[in-house]
Design a protein around this ligand. Structure first.
Ligand SMILES: Cc1cc2nc3c(=O)[nH]c(=O)nc-3n(C[C@H](O)[C@H](O)[C@H](O)COP(=O)(O)OP(=O)(O)OC[C@H]3O[C@@H](n4cnc5c(N)ncnc54)[C@H](O)[C@@H]3O)c2cc1C
Length: 419
């Protein structure tokens, strides 16, 4: 719009934000503080529902060690400007300005000082209200459009607008029970934007084996290696939890993004579990042989029960086709070697992920090459912006996803308000 016209009318710039999550709230606050009239549309009965669920209700809000390497997508370098402009220190200051203090752990993970996500969602909501943002909750946006007068936002029969700027901050399909769906991608596509195929990430993996079900509930500190088309692509150490469908736990979540993306492109995906971290195949085989000699009456199941949970031991023996009631000292050396090998690299074929319903985030989304990384503005439609998870960027576990939403929201809010 012509700036002269706006001065004559003396009316603040009208901005619509679709989505009251992390990105939408920071954008709304930033634009409102710069004098804009912001209306935020949220389909849930309150804003920030995903924030409330984040970090198991504690909200791992950001990370003190943020870098481009913590992000994935068509062009991970897209995040560079956002991290430079709105990095950890700048975000911490922003939080303090809205009355939210943070605590940072040794590894960089940061949480609200209150240790509750409710503080985060409430601080953002209340601050937005004090800055005059109109929060339209229970407002399910069904269509957006652009005419001569500006942008319109439709919630069923109700049409709002015109707006001079429109921000799509509607998140991804991850966790539909919290209000998520693919509508933002549809809005982007309706404006001619490309949407990269989406896939669940930070999600449990389903395995093509009946064994995990028999080990349900067993947890083990393990090393997980992700194999894609037979090649070791990623190795992480952490908790592995066996479930009725496969595996979950932090180590599994950490390899899940790459696994899920590979599955999307029909690659063969396997996980290799090293259940006794710190032992190598040979030393473990020797240890088992020593134990079997020292305890000649023990069954192999009892012997292994001293190393790992009995549930896991029983399944591992089943996988090696060894009778658990065999007397360990009478097993041929090759059987003990097979057990040691499996303990060091127990391979399972991954048949799928546990789906968007159980995923923390989504990979894929609006192609970043069509969005200006400095402003989050669409390169296709004047006045249109994107921020947060709706974009083709996904971060590692540890506060990185929320941080990209905060930072993108800030850039978009600032740019939408600027002439
Ligand atoms: C269980 C869980 C735990 C997580 N824990 C962490 C964590 O600890 N740390 C971390 O960094 N990340 C975490 N994440 C990821 C993080 O929450 C998201 O990456 C982040 O919230 C994305 O912010 P966003 O604003 O882009 O989208 P969202 O927060 O999803 O916000 C989008 C909003 O838009 C609304 N919306 C969508 N479509 C429409 C429509 N058509 N009309 C109206 N409203 C609409 C949705 O209801 C939603 O409120 C977690 C995610 C989940 C599911």
């Amino acid at each position: 719009m012509n700036p002269e016209k706006r001065t004559q009318a003396a009316s603040p710039r009208r901005i619509a934000v679709v989505g009251g999550g992390a990105a939408g709230l920071v954008a709304a606050i930033t634009a409102a503080e710069a004098g804009c009239a912001v209306t935020l549309f949220e389909r849930n009965d309150r804003v920030g529902k995903k924030i409330l669920a984040s970090g198991n209700g504690r909200c791992n809000i950001t990370n003190a060690h943020l870098g481009v390497d913590d992000y994935f997508g068509g062009d991970p370098l897209f995040v560079r400007h956002a991290l430079e402009q709105f990095g950890f220190a700048r975000f911490k200051k922003f939080c303090a300005s809205i009355g939210l203090l943070l605590q940072t752990k040794e590894d960089g993970r940061s949480y609200p000082l209150s240790n509750t996500a409710l503080s985060v969602a409430t601080a953002l909501q209340e601050y937005a209200l004090t800055r005059g943002v109109t929060l339209r909750c229970d407002a399910d946006v069904t269509a957006v459009g652009k005419g001569e007068e500006g942008f319109t936002v439709s919630c069923g029969e109700d049409v709002f607008g015109p707006f001079e700027r429109l921000l799509i901050a509607s998140g991804s399909e991850a966790a539909p029970q919290l209000g998520a769906d693919a509508s933002g991608y549809g809005f982007a596509a309706s404006f001619g934007h490309t949407v990269m195929p989406t896939y669940p990430a930070l999600v449990a993996l389903e395995l093509d084996s009946p064994l995990p079900k028999k080990m349900t509930g067993s947890k083990q500190d393990a090393e997980v290696t992700l194999y894609i088309d037979g090649k070791a692509e990623q190795r992480v150490r952490g908790d592995v939890l066996f479930t009725r469908y496969g595996v979950s736990g932090f180590a599994v979540l950490d390899v899940s993004r790459a696994a899920s993306e590979a599955l999307l492109y029909h690659q063969e995906v396997k996980v290799g579990l090293k259940l006794l971290v710190g032992y190598e195949r040979q030393s473990l085989g020797e240890e088992l042989a020593r134990l079997a000699k020292r305890l000649p009456a023990y069954t192999i199941e009892t012997l292994l029960g001293g190393l790992i949970s009995v549930k896991i031991a029983r399944c591992l023996l089943e996988s090696c086709r060894i009778d658990p009631s065999s007397v360990a000292s009478q097993l041929p050396p090759k059987s003990l070697k097979a057990i040691a090998s499996t303990l060091c690299d127990w391979r399972f074929k991954v048949s799928g992920t546990h789906g968007f319903k159980h995923a923390e985030v989504s990979g894929g989304g609006v192609a970043t090459e069509e969005v200006d990384a400095r402003t989050m503005a669409s390169k296709k439609v004047d006045g249109l912006y994107f921020a947060g998870e709706v974009l083709d960027i996904v971060g590692r576990r540890g506060g990185y996803n929320l941080h990209f939403a905060w930072a993108g929201g800030y850039l978009a809010g600032r740019a939408m308000a600027a002439d």
